[in-house]
Design a protein around this ligand. Structure first.
Ligand SMILES: [Zn+2]
Length: 172
C-alpha cells in the first residue's frame, strides 16, 4: 500500500521518533508499504516520520543494497564525504551536506534480529540522512541562516511545492 509522504511544515517531520519495542507483523507491514512508497517516488531512503509515523524505522534501497532498519544507533563515524542531497519531504531542494564516510551501526532488522555492521559510501550517507529524520532533523537545517531564509521565502512563494521533477541525484 502506498503511503502519503508528509511535506515540510508537517509537525511529524520535526518530532523525535520513539524506539520500537518489538518488530512484529504490524511493523513488517509498515516496512513493506514504506518500500513500496519509496520506490514509487524513485527515492533511495524513507523514514517512518515521513509517512506520519514517529517510530524509529527507516528503509533504504541504493539499487545495490536494500535494508530495513529499526531502532538504529550509530556507534562510530569516520572519514568524510559530501554531496547534494534531496529529500522526498522537501521536493526540489538540493542541499550539499557533509557526512561521515564510514559508519559502524547497530539496529534491528525486520525479523527483530539485532544487526551490527560497518557501512560506507552511499549507504552510509543515506543511513545518516534517515537517522536525522528520526531526530526531527532535515536537510534544510544544514543550510546557513541566510540560505535558509531564502529557501523559506521561496517555499512561501511556492517554488518547492508539488511533485518532485525526478532530476535530483539522491532523494531520501
Ligand atoms: Zn529526507
Amino acid at each position: 500500500m502506498q503511503l502519503k509522504i508528509r511535506l515540510y511544515g508537517d509537525p511529524c517531520l520535526r518530532a523525535k521518533s520513539k524506539p520500537v519495542k518489538e518488530v512484529t507483523s504490524a511493523e513488517r507491514m509498515l516496512i513493506a508499504s514504506m518500500f513500496e512508497t519509496m520506490r514509487a517516488q524513485k527515492g533511495v531512503g524513507l523514514a517512518a516520520a515521513q509517512v506520519g509515523i514517529n517510530e524509529q524505522i527507516f528503509v533504504i534501497d541504493t539499487g545495490h543494497d536494500a535494508l530495513a532498519v529499526v531502532n538504529p544507533r550509530i556507534l562510530r563515524r569516520s572519514g568524510a564525504q559530501s554531496g547534494e542531497e534531496g529529500c522526498l519531504s522537501v521536493p526540489h531542494l538540493q542541499v550539499n551536506v557533509e557526512r561521515a564516510k564510514d559508519l559502524e551501526v547497530e539496529f534491528l532488522d525486520e525479523d527483530n534480529n539485532p544487526v551490527r555492521a560497518r557501512i560506507s559510501g552511499l549507504l552510509a550517507k543515506i543511513f545518516q540522512h534517515e537517522n536525522d529524520h528520526l531526530q526531527g532533523k532535515l536537510i534544510i537545517d544544514y543550510l546557513t541562516a541566510q540560505e535558509r531564509r531564502q529557501v523559506l521565502k521561496d517555499m512561501k512563494d511556492g517554488v518547492y511545492m508539488g511533485e518532485s521533477n525526478g532530476h535530483e541525484d539522491m532523494r531520501a
